[in-house]
Design a protein around this ligand. Structure first.
Ligand code: BES
Ligand code: MN
Ligand code: ZN
Length: 459
């Protein structure tokens, strides 16, 4: 059963008003309440701390108004995302006032109302009326794209292999009139040898998905997403604790698909290309091995120091393809390293780029889109940690240091012509529920990239 798609009801629909209040606004707002309602707030000890709610009855006992706490101004811009889980069934609208960003609150609501309902029905979530004066279609498009990406991450690997990732890309292309070319299975051996090798041990054939959209003469932007449907680690097998969540190892592909959905839905003036190497990193007699030396599309020979560093291998071939046409910008999304998570935790993807202006724009877009990231350095001297004694490069450093940086430096070797390259190392999962971020699969970086592309290339 698919999750109900996010929607906003038409303006003017009868609805219970919600007053979203900051702590600073509370004294004045309380004074403006009726005697009975003010007394009720006092009786239940309501103050508008972030996430607190009070349901106010009218004279007849029906629900008349909701007061909702925003906390300190700017404390959590997604705090309204908790409302769908707090409110009784019904239809609601935000009261508008100066200084309250109703568009942001509506987006938070839709993001927070997401439930993964493929295997059991979720209870219906309350409805929200589109606030006056906002671009409701844009908000819904963003929320729909995020829900699509979250569904992909949440779907377990038994129901989501490389073929289903391809199906998701084809469905997206169909919706937006994009073209899709796929290189499948044994056909990968010559042109995408690393994708071929990583995917070899799975009965579900690996593939390189190549989607293009938009006029050929527009600025070219290429998104690349790591699509590992499940990461056992390969012969360097993960312990059970490390494998448990590895259905989410296609979280980069999900984010890239979601970003592409937003870009195409908005009709941005650019030529978009989306590359997804989709594989399952499995264990079998024909699996690639530690110590193997593999060819790559770029011509560099790669020694396999660890079969669990599979993401950078499949991305290397995809990035080489992206790099060949020297696009204006490459962004890759990948659940690439545990080291990035140790450094920044689950909520803050690491990003890497050599271009200072682009780095600033990425930080800014993340802040505006409430999709935060943090920059880490492409520290060149660490590149020698990837030296191999038998091949051009090793896929791991072997040592314990700077794992996210060496992974990023590895990727850079395969896109040498493109200076404007952003690599995002993300987690793709919310370990616990926070406003607008329900526990489970998460799409990270997509709203940021959409914002960045909108600023850079215009609507
Ligand atoms: N998919 C994992 C990275 C990962 C692990 C992301 C846990 C988020 C949470 C990746 O393929 C991997 O296994 N990376 C290894 C690399 C190591 C072998 C150099 C890692 O980070 O441990
Ligand atoms: Mn791995
Ligand atoms: Zn992986």
């Amino acid at each position: 059963m698919p999750s109900r798609p996010p929607e906003l009801l038409p303006p003017g629909t009868a609805a219970t008003p919600i007053a979203c209040l900051s702590l600073e606004e509370w004294p004045a707002a309380r004074d403006a309440l009726s005697r009975a309602q003010g007394a009720y707030c006092t009786a239940v000890d309501f103050t508008p701390k972030a996430g607190r709610i009070v349901l106010l009855p009218g004279e007849d006992g029906t629900l008349a108004r909701v007061l909702y706490g925003l906390g300190e101004t700017g404390e959590d811009r997604l705090v309204a995302g908790k409302l769908p889980g707090l409110l009784p069934p019904g239809t609601y609208r935000f009261e508008t006032r100066d200084g309250f960003d109703a568009a942001e609150a509506a987006l938070a609501w839709l993001l927070g109302g997401y439930r993964f309902a493929r295997y059991r029905t979720a209870s219906p979530s309350p409805g929200l009326v589109a606030p006056e004066g906002v671009d409701a279609a844009e908000i819904v498009r963003i929320a729909v794209a995020v829900a699509m990406g979250r569904d992909l991450v949440n779907t377990p690997a038994n129901d989501l292999g490389p073929a289903e990732i391809e199906a998701a890309a084809r469905a997206l292309a169909e919706r937006h009139g994009a073209a899709v070319a796929v290189t499948l299975g044994e056909d990968l051996a010559r042109d995408f040898p690393l994708v071929h090798a990583v995917g070899a041990a799975s009965p579900r054939a690996p593939r390189l998905i190549d989607l293009t959209w938009g006029p050929a003469d527009a600025p070219r932007v290429t998104l690349v997403g790591k699509g590992v449907a499940f990461d056992t680690g390969g012969l360097d097998i993960k312990p059970s604790s490390g494998m448990l969540l590895m259905k989410k190892d296609m979280g980069g592909a999900a984010a890239a698909l979601a970003a592409a959905d937003m870009v195409m839905g908005a009709g941005l003036r650019l030529r978009l290309r989306l590359l997804i190497p989709a594989v399952e990193n499995a264990v079998a007699g024909n699996a690639f091995r530690p110590g193997d030396v593999l060819a790559s599309r770029a011509g560099l020979s790669v020694e396999i120091g660890n079969t669990d560093a599979e993401g950078r291998l499949i991305l290397a071939d995809a990035l080489c393809l992206a790099d060949a046409e020297e696009p204006d910008l490459i962004v890759d999304f990948a659940t690439l390293t545990g080291a990035a998570r140790v450094a920044l935790g689950p909520d803050l993807p690491a990003f890497f780029t050599e271009d200072e202006d682009l780095a600033g724009a990425v930080m800014q877009a993340g802040a505006r889109a409430i999709d935060p990231v943090w920059r880490m350095p492409l520290h060149k001297p660490y590149a020698k940690l990837l030296d191999s004694k038998v091949a051009d490069i090793n896929n791991v450093s072997g040592g314990p240091f700077a794992g996210a940086i060496t992974a990023a430096l590895f990727l850079r070797r395969f896109a040498p012509k493109t200076r404007r390259h952003v690599h995002l190392d993300l987690y793709g999962w919310n370990p616990t529920t926070k406003p607008g971020r329900p526990e489970g699969g998460e799409v990270q970086g997509a709203r940021l990239v959409y914002r960045l592309l909108k600023d850079r290339y215009g609507a």
